[in-house]
Design a protein. Structure first.
Length: 174
């Protein structure tokens, strides 16, 4: 099972044999599904799709949306035509200009999602493995090793801070 990034182009995201995501307006989107009825996405999710990341887990037929500046994470079971779990609200900086997000997909692990206020790991079936809501402003994902997930932050003076997080639960190891 692998997570694949699904590009949105011309208002469409092709989901292979599962169907298509169609942006039907500036704040509206529809999942046109092969195996079940279409799903109209919540407005708060639809508006963020052009700037976010869509990840498809083709084997079980699941779609995960991770926002760049938005506050809602959602995953859909494309065969059943329903959410995998209720909408997940993440804390964000009140100033949208100070929001950021980084998504990295790692084979056999899933996806790491880092915002200025949340670090989360999603399994390859699009379920949440773990999540930490903390101050991550200025941090980025440096890489992943057998020892864990490595984060790095720098300042204007060239000083760097590093931290390592467990891949099992996201807790700090250092």
């Amino acid at each position: 099972m692998t997570l694949n990034v699904v590009p949105v182009s011309g208002g469409l995201a092709r989901l292979g044999s599962w169907g298509t995501l169609v942006l039907t307006g500036a704040r509206s989107a529809l999942l046109r599904l092969t195996w079940t009825e279409d799903i109209e996405l919540p407005e708060a999710v639809s508006a963020e799709i052009p700037g976010g990341v869509l990840l498809l887990s083709d084997e079980p037929g699941r779609l995960l949306f991770l926002p760049y500046a938005g506050e809602l994470v959602v995953a859909y079971d494309l065969k059943q035509g329903e959410p995998v779990y209720p909408l997940v609200s993440i804390p964000r900086n009140p100033d949208r200009g100070l929001r950021m997000a980084v998504v990295r997909v790692f084979p056999d692990l899933g996806a790491i999602f880092l915002t200025e206020a949340t670090l989360a790991c999603f399994r390859e079936d699009c379920t949440i493995a773990w999540r930490h809501d903390e101050d991550f402003a200025g941090w980025t994902i440096e890489g992943i090793t057998l020892q864990g997930l490595h984060l790095i932050a720098g300042d204007w003076a060239g000083r760097e801070q590093c931290q390592t997080r467990s891949l099992v639960d996201g807790n700090r190891l250092d």
